[in-house]
Design a protein. Structure first.
Lengths: 340, 340
DNA sequence: ACTGGCACTCGTTACAGTCGAGTGCCAGGA
DNA sequence: TCCTGGCACTCGACTGTAACGAGTGCCAGT
């Protein structure tokens, strides 16, 4: 039952070879390319055990072995060390993130960087509003019955929304509204705002009451309900590497999944503990992504986490490398955010 | 030399059959499925002429004919009428666009709608800043040496940018800065702003001079230089329909091109005249997109054009249908924008 | 000017045979 | 007890051949 060290070494060798060659690996090739110190026959016996335990499988009789999702899982958990970044990669990260002028810029650069470094599809979640605080709320009159509400979060995110007022509101009243909402909400965490917004309505002077009521609805929608989360994506062209052998021949389900923000958020957004998360094959909950793996982690200024980022690729991916890259990029982005 | 009516009818029949079946079409099948009133042999003679003129070609000897880019061009220009939308499609458009709360929302809904209707990749350009006017500029103090500049355009677009001031600026001065820039720039077309920004610096009171100088740089970058244009994309999964037969087997170049904003802007952004534009195969300037066609048009409130939208797909696409959809969606979006 | 007929091309499919990578198992040896 | 060399076996990949048929070009006849 227990797998001894050599069997684990064999599994590691199989994973490494298969990831790099993309071809089922046989016992003979294994002993040639790794110093296992035993003969092919011995390796074959070990392979038989590994297969019985579900860590590897044979695509056909008389073919080499291929790791199963379970095999990759064991590899990631116990058989691989995080690969240190090369100096070139380190430099690329620094160079790429220097000169970003605002949050949008940071996110776009990050996602492209990650796609380029890992040669996978990269996903970056904008700093979550739920984990941000309100820095400032601005009300810009568009017409007498329309306002543009602009919300600036401490993470640098800016959301705007048109407000249709129930009736005309003079400029002075807009000034008052602006003062009131900022006094009440500025500095507060988004998640704490609903009762405060409620209070705003109740405490508002009579003549501001209708406008404030409408405004409060939009405020709640903007601060907590509505598309709350945003996502940036890059590197979809990388899905076509490995000439359709990955993803069992069709990119369709993958591309479909990537268009659903909800899916992406579930994949990279829920990184509660700050540790890196690896989802292998059908460990994720989406049928469309059964043939894919995801490496993700949280990022944020200092120790707090404000969002997630990660990469998606075939289960046959370079886990140690990708884990290292994802972590490194997350750390750099965190530092960048901390400067604001 | 001149193509008589029957030869044109044959070409039209070939295009229609090939688009719907995706298989090279032969002379016998043609006369069976269309009322041409002549025998296969006659059609063959016509086909020979059409091939000589470069409108169709044979993938191999002993295969049917396939339209060339030139053939599609003739078809689009002279042989097809714009297909009227079905009531269901009309309803889908209306339903989809109702309830959009702001510009972001409108753009996202539009691009998804277009992708769904045409079953192609859809692209929507945000209203171009170059064609917009400044509605309001807001300066929000982040710290004593940092401002958040928020620019609101009359099209509803909102751009923000962090400003690093050369030294601390008191709150009163920020108020003055805000007043000055709005007095000078509000209501102006973006393209007219550079000299005005220059004037702002020259006319600024001495103690505001350094801050205004920095601000002016950022203003110019935000208003005219920097990512100026934004793009929304949807329906990439539609590229996988037609099982890799389109796009000569590899989606890679297409996906790569779709990640370049510059490319997309060139494809759908330059619609100067308000007429619908069709780019077939290598008529576009990008090697990566030689196997693709683009149908695009401009949109905007009323007669003015503020941006472009369109779809991209295999050269073997339903041109009349797609042209109709793109036009219809553009018109609806224009109406929606006119309401703001 | 159109049509029917005919010879020809050539990609597709089916089938048979060979090759070889890789396996499982077993008997013998450290 | 564990490892190893040997051996028979499996089965996918590849090759070559043959039959098939969709489609063509051409030509003589109406």
């Amino acid at each position: 039952m227990g797998l001894d060290d050599r069997k684990l070494a064999v599994l590691r060798a199989i994973v490494e070879d298969y990831v790099s060659t993309q071809e089922p690996v046989g016992s003979k090739a294994l002993v040639e390319r790794h110093q296992l110190g035993v003969s092919p026959a011995t390796v074959r016996n070990d392979m038989a055990v590994l297969e019985e335990e579900g860590y590897i499988r044979q695509p056909h009789t008389s073919a080499g072995r291929v790791p199963t999702d379970r095999g990759y899982r064991l590899f990631v958990d116990r058989l691989s060390r995080v690969k240190p970044l090369s100096p070139a990669e380190r430099r690329a990260i620094e160079r790429f993130l220097v000169g970003a002028v605002d949050l949008d810029d940071v996110v776009h650069r990050t996602v492209r960087l990650l796609a380029q470094l890992t040669r996978q599809v990269a996903v970056v979640q904008y700093p979550s509003l739920a984990r941000s605080s309100v820095r400032h709320l601005e009300l810009v009159p568009i017409s007498t019955t329309r306002l543009m509400l602009v919300m600036i979060a401490d993470t640098g995110r800016v959301e705007q929304r048109l407000v249709e007022l129930p009736g005309p509101v003079p400029a002075d009243d807009v000034t008052d509204l602006r003062r009131l909402v900022n006094e009440k909400l500025a500095g507060e965490r988004m998640s704490d705002t609903p009762p405060l917004v409620q209070a705003l309505v109740e405490e508002a002077p009579v003549q501001l009451r209708p406008a404030m009521t409408t405004l409060s609805t939009v405020l709640l929608e903007t601060l907590v309900e509505r598309h709350e989360e945003r996502i940036a994506l890059a590197g979809t062209a990388n899905l076509t590497r490995g000439g359709l052998l990955d993803f069992q021949g069709s990119l369709r389900p993958i591309l479909e999944a990537l268009e659903e923000e909800v899916v992406l958020l579930k994949l990279i957004g829920e990184t509660e503990p700050s540790t890196t998360r690896v989802l292998i094959g059908d460990e994720n909950e989406f049928d469309n992504l059964r043939a894919a793996s995801v490496v993700s982690t949280g990022y944020g200024p200092g120790a707090t986490i404000v969002g997630g980022l990660g990469v998606l690729g075939p289960t046959r991916m370079d886990y140690p490398g990708n884990i290292a890259m994802v972590r490194a990029v997350a750390r750099y982005v965190g530092e960048l955010l901390a400067q604001n």
